[in-house]
Ligand binder design. Structure first.
Ligand SMILES: [Zn+2]
Length: 100
């Protein structure tokens, strides 16, 4: 498929934003993407505490229970800290190299 054909298909498949959002709501999973804990779409408390991540490129909706969301953030924080440490070590190494 060439680029022009792909563009043509893209325009053809384009929908108004509202319709697109409703479509994504339909795709809302009935369980946590990570741990498969059941999610009740009618439960207002769950709607407030669970996290929805829309992956428009994949046309997919991921849903995370509060526990999994918290864990994911803790993991991200840890990763950021690890990365920062590594960069610091690298920076220190470069400083030492400059001294020599
Ligand atoms: Zn979960």
């Amino acid at each position: 498929m060439n680029r022009a054909q792909r563009r043509k298909l893209g325009i053809k498949g384009k929908k108004p934003d509202l319709e697109k959002k409703i479509g994504l709501f339909d795709k809302l999973p009935s369980q946590c993407t990570n741990c498969d804990a059941p999610y009740d779409k009618k439960d207002k408390k769950m709607a407030m505490t669970w996290s929805v991540v829309v992956r428009e490129q994949e046309n997919k909706v991921n849903l995370y229970s509060p526990t999994c969301w918290e864990n994911a953030h803790k993991m991200l924080d840890q990763m950021k800290r690890d990365l920062a440490d590594r960069q610091q070590i690298k920076a220190l190494g470069e400083t030492n190299e400059n001294k020599n």
